[in-house]
Design a protein around this ligand. Structure first.
Ligand code: NAD
Length: 310
């Protein structure tokens, strides 16, 4: 079972599991997911879609042997618009997904985030770092919901014997991201392809480490196949500044869009790079798709979307 299966990462994960021969049930309320993802997955005979909100009781027919809990708004634009819903899906939604795993004796994997490190004071970030999160800032609904979800997952493991794993996912990108979700890759790509100014926040010197979506999905599946509790960082190792990224996207798109600078959002992390040695040692995982290759594939996808919308 994949909660959030109609979303960007969830859709890729469902496709991967179906290709692996699994029966997949996706549960999603489509609050930020896309019906087109579900329509495509529904062409597969081993896929079932349940349109439901996981903050209500989760009732799935049949035996479940793996619960991959991805349901949650994930982009700053979305969780700013859905603050209470984001807190509830991280808390109550996670509890229902854990209950389902407990009843079925299933392995449970939580899609947590690098945002649990907040604006990190340790760089790169190992899993042992506890983070630097503003509990009342504009990002707190997401960061604290995920921190709560990690604590709850740990409590179900230690006190209820549920077989759990926690993945801390860093910036993941690829075809299928929503053009309007406010994250920098879709924003830069659509701006570059339309010849509009590229809006870099702050002076663009803040850094991010990007991971192509198939690599993140491979990491999630490797964690699911293990019995490791995590947390395990899943993320790309090549740290780039936001300005460098904007320039690379422009170059790959052959765009002459000018780069403009807009205000840095409050509490925006200055740096972000995962220490992925734990994932390498325990799961034999490391990202395979070089950033330029992943960006090319993603650009092609956005180009196609813009063509078909024209
Ligand atoms: P997304 O918004 O594309 O997908 C999230 C999905 O969850 C959507 O389909 C949405 O409709 C669904 N959802 C939200 N609330 C729900 C609820 N109450 N009940 C049922 N479904 C609900 O986001 P994404 O980028 O695919 O992220 C998926 C997961 O991975 C999220 O939990 C996110 O926090 C985590 N994550 C993603 C990234 C990334 O870079 N994409 C990084 C770190 C963590």
């Amino acid at each position: 079972m994949v909660t959030g299966g109609a979303g960007f990462l969830g859709g890729w994960l469902c496709r991967h599991l179906l290709d692996d021969g699994c029966e997949v049930v996706a549960v999603d309320n489509l609050v930020t997911g896309t019906p087109a993802v579900v329509e495509e997955l529904e062409t597969h005979p081993h896929f079932t879609f349940v349109h439901a909100d996981v903050t209500r009781v989760l009732d799935v027919q049949g035996r479940v042997d793996q619960v991959m809990h991805l349901a949650s708004p994930a982009s700053p634009v979305h969780y700013a618009a859905l603050p209470v819903e984001t807190m509830l899906v991280g808390s109550q939604g996670t509890m229902h997904a854990l209950d389902l795993a407990q009843v079925n004796g299933a392995r449970f994997v939580l899609a947590s985030t690098s945002e649990v490190y907040g604006d990190p004071l340790v760089h790169p970030q190992p899993e042992s770092y506890w983070g630097n999160v503003n509990p009342v800032g504009p990002r707190s609904v997401y960061d604290e919901a995920k921190r709560f979800a990690e604590a709850l997952t740990t409590a179900y493991r230690t006190s209820r014997g549920v077989d759990t794993g926690i993945a801390r996912i860093f910036n993941t990108y690829g075809p299928g991201m929503r053009a309007d979700d406010g994250r920098m890759i879709p924003a830069f790509m659509t701006q570059a392809l339309k010849g509009e100014p590229i809006t870099v926040t702050g002076d663009g010197s803040q850094t991010r480490s990007l991971c192509y979506v198939t690599d993140t999905v491979d990491g999630l599946c490797a964690l699911a196949a293990s019995d490791h509790p995590g947390p395990v960082n899943l993320g790309g190792g090549d740290e780039v500044t936001v300005l460098e990224l904007a320039e690379t996207v422009c170059r790959l798109a052959g765009s002459s869009s000018p780069i403009t600078f807009v205000d840095l959002p409050e509490d925006d992390p200055r740096v972000r790079r995962p220490d992925t040695s734990r994932a390498a040692e325990l799961l034999g995982w490391k990202p395979q798709v070089p950033v330029e290759e992943g960006l090319r594939r993603t650009l092609e996808w956005f180009e196609e979307q813009l063509r078909s919308a024209a």
